[in-house]
Design a protein around this ligand. Structure first.
Ligand SMILES: Nc1ncnc2c1ncn2[C@@H]1O[C@H](COP(=O)(O)OP(=O)(O)OP(=O)(O)O)[C@@H](O)[C@H]1O
Length: 876
């Protein structure tokens, strides 16, 4: 039963058709899987594969195998269509595996054959072989040319249209191209054949049953899939070409996958085919690995396309109609071997290759598993053909029509066991996949042409040629008359008695012949007339067809131009997209690496954070204890400080009172002083004080702070009454002795109209002390801060805070205050009044305080310093 689909278009039958889900079970063939065991290399090698029957093997895990260690030590049986023992020779393998595919190819059926196995298991040996043992590929080429022999069309009659289809050219066009090629060849012929390999010497018989009413042409392509990119091994260029451009896989109008822009060479003999094959072989990526001296690093696909078209009714030339073309293809695939990297010890480029090889083989396996699932269980799983170039390219074989055969190559040695078992499992999956049987049509029969046209034409041309020969007159030819005037003349024996009767008969016969001749003449005239009118019709039709043809040709040319332009754009877009895809993959990998790094760093960071928090807690606990202790101490210090401050304030009050007592009028003072001195136990010799007299000498501890000069110099008597001061500092020369002073007057001084004015000779005057260098330099050794403020009585008081500038080790300076000068004015009236009113109070105060009074700056102003702001008031 045929598919429910409407009658297929003729040219859709040529290449593997797309999936037809409604194909019934009988329309399908399983993938035929063969197993070939290669001979052991060394006598010492231990085998892990045993042949049980011509179709079954037994794999026993050796003790060294991983599966054995994983307690999966059961021996496993695997079945195949046929198992080839190590001693099987190449012709046997070819006859069983590839010959049916070649027969199918000749009859217009598609075929796919691939070798699969671990690296070094004999895949390339099976597919290509060596000079002494030609493999499947050279044998297939040889037998094809032996079979099609002189049934081949002239070169360039069939021409690839670059879109996976073919055009048919007229003999004249084909001849023109042949001449051009001849010219090119004269200028430089390339010969790529390998002199060591005389594969054409194989003894092969031709395939029977070929349709002799067709003309044939063979085209080959050779591509390799390396690191999941497709390369054209027959691309124009030097034989050893390293930088072949990447090709893309596309779908043609009939939804078949093909390598776009691939070089498709028309081959006219097995020798030419070998030339092409060896050119590709030189470019194929091979490398030395630990497990195979010449290991294929890529999957190679050698495709033979056979184009056939029926000859016309005269059996002379091909019918110039693309509709009647039939294209069948046989793809011979040598897959790269699967390899475990820990065994091969590959690194760098080899490792990357191995990764890509394993990945694509994995995709092949995944695709076949999904297909099997869909076919056996009626699932509708998406088959990931596009994940790998190899599966993408052969999508049509699995989803369309054709014969698929696989040779699983295995090395029986124990070291390969683990990988061999994986291969066997893949083989099991593959054997369960089914492929639709190809449908073949005889185009001549479709057109209603009789068979044997070509043979008849050959005979006719032979006869014609023979007639032209010089000895043709001796030939006895039975040309077989088309028109006959009836039977032969009756015998004319007139000497008999019945002569009159015979003459009568003869006359009747002649009359009959005459009338027959007339009839034939009339019939011929009618036929001539018909022929003429038919010819006229044909001529008319031909004219119409020709004009239509030229219009169509013009349209076609325009369409072709458009297609070519679009194609170019598409190619450019596709190559950009490809490069973008590659970039994207790189960036994705880079991003994932970065993410991984980030995660690692985040982990580390959180670990560190945790550690730090732990440490912090420990330290916090420690320091809390310390801080508590410090707080306790600070509290104690503060209370001690308060106590001391109170004591100091108490003493100051007492001293102030003493000083005030010293300043009261003489009479009062006398009394007051006597009391004070008496209270304080001072030893005075003189109690009287007259204006202009030398002030009495008070004990040192009762004088103002400035009177307690360390040197013994006498201070001249103060002009102010009642002040017995002998302080050498009152000398201006000493207070400002000209040694590198910095005079710091933050505010403008209010003029007081006094005799004594705060002024230091040769000093540097600054209003603001912002520049450290003003203080911290080698010339400056003294600092004076001048301030004016109101005292408690509302009088203006000028204070000079003086100090030594001491450089600090950090390069800055500190000021140690050691002196305060004060300038103050009183109204004499107010003073006496005030004094009088407060005398009694002072007396009482004086009586209460027995300590000496020291007049000092209670809190010196702050002075900037760059490294240390240490301030000290040194009571003099
Ligand atoms: N059946 C066999 N008879 C004799 N020699 C064989 C056979 N099979 C393989 N060999 C030899 O084994 C070696 C490795 O074989 P081959 O290169 O075909 O392996 P491979 O499976 O193609 O490896 P790779 O996947 O690495 O390309 C070759 O030297 C080949 O001649």
């Amino acid at each position: 039963m045929k598919s429910a689909r409407s009658k297929p278009r003729l040219n859709e039958l040529r290449t593997p058709a797309r999936s037809r889900n409604n194909l019934i079970q009988g329309d399908r063939d399983p993938v035929n899987v063969f197993c070939r065991l290669r001979p052991m290399q060394r006598d010492t090698d231990v085998a892990c594969i045993k042949i049980l029957s011509p179709t079954t093997i037994l794999c026993t895990p050796p003790a060294s195998a991983i599966s054995y260690r994983n307690e999966n030590s059961k021996a496993m049986k695997y079945s195949f269509k046929e198992v080839f023992p190590p001693e099987t020779n190449q012709p046997e393998v070819f006859d069983k595996v590839a010959l049916p595919l070649v027969e199918g190819l000749i009859k217009g059926k598609n075929g796919l054959m691939f070798t699969y196995g671990v690296t070094g298991s004999g895949k390339t040996f099976t597919m290509t072989g060596d000079p002494q043992n030609c493999g499947i590929l050279p044998r297939a080429l040889n037998i094809i040319f032996k079979t099609i022999g002189d049934l081949q069309a002239h070169k360039y009659v069939f021409k690839p249209d670059k879109m996976n289809m073919f055009d048919i050219q007229s003999e004249a066009e084909a001849m023109l191209e042949r001449q051009q090629e001849l010219h090119k060849l004269k200028t430089g012929k390339k010969n790529n054949s390998n002199p060591d390999l005389a594969m054409s010497s194989m003894e092969l018989t031709k395939i029977e049953g070929i349709n002799e009413d067709n003309q044939y042409a063979v085209f080959v392509t050779y591509v390799e899939i390396y690191n999941n990119s497709v390369f054209d091994l027959l691309e124009d260029g030097p034989p050893v070409c390293k930088n072949l451009p990447v090709k893309i896989i596309r779908e043609d109008a009939a939804h078949n996958m093909y390598v776009h822009g691939v070089t498709e060479i028309e081959i006219k003999s097995a020798e030419e085919a070998f030339d092409a094959f060896y050119l590709g072989l030189k470019r194929k990526r091979m490398a030395h690995t630990t497990l195979n001296a010449e290991s294929s690093r890529s999957h190679s696909v050698f495709t033979i396309r056979l184009v056939q078209a029926p000859v016309d009714e005269m059996g002379e030339s091909v019918i110039q109609n693309k509709k009647f073309l039939s294209i069948s293809q046989l793809s011979l695939v040598d897959l790269a071997g699967s390899e475990r990297t820990n065994r091969t010890k590959n690194t760098g480029q080899r490792l990357r290759e191995a990764g890509n090889i394993n990945k694509s083989l994995m995709t092949l396996r995944t695709c076949l598993e999904a297909l099997r699932e869909n076919q056996v269980n009626g699932a509708n799983n998406m088959v990931p053909y596009r994940e790998s170039k190899i599966t993408h390219l052969f999508k049509n074989f699995f989803e369309g029509e054709g014969q698929v055969r696989m040779v699983v190559c295995a090395n029986p040695r124990a070291e390969d066991y683990d990988e061999t078992v994986q291969v066997m499992r893949f083989a099991e999956v593959a054997a369960e996949v089914e492929v639709a049987k190809p449908q073949v049509m005889d185009m001549g029969a479709v057109m209603g042409l009789t068979s044997g046209r070509r043979k008849a034409h050959r005979l006719f041309t032979t006869a014609r040629d023979n007639l032209a020969r010089a000895d043709a007159k001796d030939l006895e030819l039975d040309l077989g008359l088309v028109y006959s005037l009836g039977p032969d003349f009756p015998s004319l024996e007139l000497n008999s008695s019945q002569a009159a009767h015979i003459i009568k008969e003869l006359m009747a016969h002649l009359e009959m012949r005459l009338s027959r001749r007339e009839t034939l003449k009339r019939s011929k005239a009618i036929k001539d007339e018909r022929l003429r009118s038919a010819l006229l019709d044909l001529e008319k039709e031909s004219l119409e067809v020709r004009s239509e043809n030229s219009a169509l040709k013009a349209q076609l040319a325009a369409a072709e131009r458009r297609v070519r332009a679009l194609e170019e754009r598409l190619t450019a877009t596709e190559s950009t997209s490809l490069s973008h895809q590659r970039k994207l993959a790189e960036l994705t990998e880079y991003t994932s690496n970065l993410k991984r790094d980030l995660q690692e760093k985040e982990l580390l960071l959180s670990q560190n954070k945790l550690d730090k928090e732990k440490q912090k807690k420990i330290l916090e606990r420690k320091y809390n204890h310390k801080i508590a202790a410090e707080h306790e101490k600070a509290k104690e210090i503060r209370s001690e400080k308060d106590r001391l401050r109170n004591a100091v304030e108490d003493k100051e009050n007492r001293l102030r009172m003493i000083a005030e007592a010293l300043n009261v009028e003489r009479g009062d003072n006398m009394e007051f002083n006597l009391k004070c001195t008496g209270d304080m136990g001072a030893q005075t010799s003189e109690r009287g004080f007259t204006p202009g007299s030398t002030p009495r000498a008070l004990p040192a501890h009762l004088l103002t702070p400035f009177s307690a000069a360390r040197d013994s110099r006498e201070t001249p008597a103060s002009s102010r009454r009642g002040v017995a001061v002998a302080n050498p500092r009152h000398k201006r020369s000493l207070s400002a002795d000209g040694r590198g002073w910095v005079e710091h007057a933050p505010n403008k001084l209010v003029p007081m109209g006094t005799v004594l004015k705060p002024s230091i000779h040769n000093s540097k005057v600054v209003n603001k002390l912002t520049n450290v260098k003003d203080i911290a330099n080698s010339k400056t050794s003294k600092y004076c801060l001048i301030s004016q403020e109101q005292d408690t009585d509302g009088e203006l008081e000028t204070k000079l805070y003086k100090g030594d500038v001491v450089p600090t080790c950090g390069g800055g300076a500190q000021v140690i205050f050691n002196d305060v000068e004060m300038l103050k004015q009183f109204s004499p009236n107010r003073e006496s009044r005030e004094n009088r009113s407060s005398v009694s109070e002072r007396r009482s105060n004086c009586a209460r305080h027995s300590g000496k009074r020291r007049e000092t700056a209670s809190s010196p102003p702050q002075t900037p310093s760059n490294s240390s702001k240490k301030q000290r008031v040194d009571d003099d």
